[in-house]
Ligand binder design. Structure first.
Ligand code: HAM
Length: 440
């Protein structure tokens, strides 16, 4: 009997898994550089952590959660996002008691949403996210944008679209919601059943409706910018000025409301449409929140963060042929020419590994042609050829698999030569303005 994987899930294996690892480690290393610490929280959480309010209006909480009763009749939910779990972990572990703010957390792992599977949309998918909690400032807000923007650039995305909006403070939103109710009430009978419910629960959600006829009606709806309190408007102005200052291009889009209920002030999303027109939905998104930590039992602490869907990033990098930048193959592939050279090849490969290079050696007798085919298949950057001459003279031939250039190198000079090959490597951002000085 052959079993199929559950609808909306997928296997990430072999080369694909290597690319996922490369994407994930780029996010992780950048988060570490910015001072974030890993939070590994459970995949199962009490349902109430996510459905904190009876009036939650997000599709994620209302329609998409994998919720079940465990054997002790507790309601358990497979986490549909990481932010609430990080807030809970901070409160449960009393991290706030140390008063050492901001608390900077990053996380990576599977999340679950019962959505209709389509390109870039899964029921189990991977999120990488960060949360910066405890300092209520546009500097913290913008730091999360800088980090996410730089990560996407380093991955190779060029024509990124960063859309930002403000949802203001609670007073701004209350006034805005009243204006939306006034605007939509005479139109609501023509709108989809979801919007009819949204009008009662949270009229902001109507702006997110994907039904084309409803979308038309939202175009003339009131805009949040006309309902911001003075201080909320001032904060948004400071936020955009800071983005200008650090040189991050953005577009203010006042239809961005985000799919979750906890946001206030800045919200943002990254869009990327491939040259062939592939649009997998937002690559990532985030924003500021004021009440989440107190809603899960902690003190009133503001936070800000984002999450990216790793599948979406992978599929767009693949579509744009940017994956080779995340080299998943061998640095060196060592080839013994003739049986007598196998032992030396084996030892040289191990030496290269000790130097930190990804290397392998062929350890069975093979023709030259077969060895090169293998090196190409495994995407080796350099082949290291050891024939009887090299064995006798204590040297190896190193061949660049791209340019076919080759050089004979003494065993005693192998380390310096390899290091010189890799230090010369160009930055893998492929971005003319890149200042990351990333070296492979
Ligand atoms: P979100 O916008 O719901 O935000 O999800 C973040 C990202 O997860 C999306 O931009 C998308 O890349 C990916 N994603 C969402 N649903 C799916 C799906 N069904 N299949 C594949 N990828 C998906 C959050 O989750 C917030 N917790 C982000 C945040 C952190 N806000 C503040 N801090």
């Amino acid at each position: 009997m052959e079993y199929q994987n559950v609808k909306g899930t997928h296997d990430i294996i072999l080369k694909e898994a290597r690319y996922y690892q490369a994407i994930e480690s780029l996010f992780i290393s950048l988060a570490e550089i910015y001072g974030y610490n890993e939070f590994r929280t459970p995949i199962i959480e009490p349902t109430e952590l996510f459905s904190r309010s009876k009036n939650d209006s997000s599709d994620m909480v209302r329609k998409q959660m994998y919720t079940f009763k465990d054997l002790a009749d507790r309601s358990i939910t497979l986490r549909p996002e990481g932010t609430a779990s990080v807030a809970r972990a901070i409160v449960n572990n009393k991290l706030h008691a140390e008063q050492d703010f901001p608390i900077k957390a990053y996380y990576l792992g599977p999340v679950f949403r019962y959505e209709r599977p389509k390109a870039g949309t899964y029921r189990q998918f991977l999120q990488f996210g960060i949360e910066n909690i405890g300092v209520d400032s546009e500097y913290a807000d913008v730091e999360t944008i800088i980090l996410s923007y730089r990560a996407l650039k380093m991955l190779g995305f060029q024509k990124l679209k960063l859309k930002i909006n403000t949802l203001g403070d609670s007073e701004s939103r209350e006034n805005y919601k009243k204006a939306l109710v006034k605007y939509f009430t005479p139109l609501i009978d023509k709108m989809c059943p979801d919007c009819q419910e949204r009008l009662k629960l949270n009229p902001l959600r109507i702006l997110d409706c994907k039904v084309p006829e409803d979308h038309e009606l939202t175009k003339k709806a009131p805009r949040i910018k006309d309902y911001l309190t003075l201080s909320a408007a001032e904060r948004f102005k400071k936020t955009t000025e800071l983005l200008d200052e650090v040189g991050i291009p953005y577009e203010v889009d006042d239809t961005i409301v985000r799919g979750l209920d906890y946001y206030s002030h800045i919200v943002y999303e990254y869009e990327y449409i491939s040259q062939s027109g592939l649009n997998v939905g937002a690559l990532g998104g985030g924003g500021h929140y004021d009440n989440l930590v107190s809603e899960v039992g902690g003190p009133k602490l503001a936070g800000v963060g984002f999450a990216f869907g790793i599948e979406r990033i992978y599929s767009l990098l693949k579509e744009e042929k940017l994956l080779p930048n995340l080299h998943a193959g061998f640095d060196f592939y060592v080839m013994p020419v003739g049986e007598a050279c196998i032992k030396r090849a084996y030892i040289v490969a191990d030496y290269l590994r000790m130097l930190g290079y990804k290397a392998d050696a062929i350890i069975e007798k093979k023709s030259f042609k077969a060895m090169f085919r293998k090196a190409e298949k495994h995407e080796a950057r350099f082949s290291v050829i050891i024939g009887e001459n090299e064995l006798k003279n204590n040297e190896v031939i190193i061949k660049n698999m791209d340019t076919q250039e080759q050089k004979t190198v003494k065993n005693t000079e192998l380390k310096d030569y390899c290091d010189s090959l890799f230090n010369d490597h160009e930055c893998h951002c492929h971005d003319e303005d890149c200042e990351c000085h990333h070296k492979k």
